[in-house]
Ligand binder design. Structure first.
Ligand code: HEM
Length: 131
């Protein structure tokens, strides 16, 4: 027998207050997955400048890296990528039936590890921009 649930209306955005850890994990995974797809296009566009002269590629890269906003976006990209990878590995483990009893804990561990890696990366990403 299938069961039906009253999930409320789509417009009822206030429901986010009741979201469980699993719901946040699902939202973050979707968000980060699609941000990575979006970044792929940017990445290809920037790398495509290498099809022109070597000077064009070098000036594109150094021009971008000279912008502080780009350095911040790189930190954000790392956060998105690391979370997607860690949470993705966690999901694959869940699919294999590993750690079913501690899914919330492993989600929080993914968040903490992502935070630690991102914080550790800040000197590298922002260092060059601030000198
Ligand atoms: C080691 C790297 C990665 C791992 C382990 C990983 C893992 C996963 C897993 C397990 C899912 C399915 C989640 C589910 O069960 O619903 C997923 C979804 C997805 N991933 Fe990844 N992924 C990785 C890299 C990437 C990259 C590089 C991109 C983009 C270029 C990407 C984009 C997406 C998208 C768009 C989805 C679907 C999101 C949705 O539900 O709408 N992933 N990933």
């Amino acid at each position: 027998m299938s069961q039906s649930y009253n999930r409320g209306t789509v417009e009822d955005f206030g429901r986010w207050r009741d979201f469980s850890a699993g719901m946040w994990a699902w939202i973050f995974h979707k968000f980060t997955g699609w941000v990575l797809v979006g970044y792929l296009f940017t990445h290809i566009a920037v790398l495509s400048t290498a099809l022109g002269t070597a000077d064009l590629y070098t000036s594109t890269i150094s021009g971008l890296e000279a912008l502080l906003i780009v350095r911040f976006l790189e930190v954000g990209l790392l956060a998105v990528a690391v979370f997607h990878i860690l949470n993705g590995i966690r999901l694959l483990m869940v699919d294999l039936g590993v750690g079913l009893e501690s899914q919330d804990k492993s989600f929080y561990a993914s968040l903490l590890l992502t935070g630690a890696i991102v914080v550790a990366s800040v000197p590298t990403f922002l260092g060059g921009a601030l000198v």
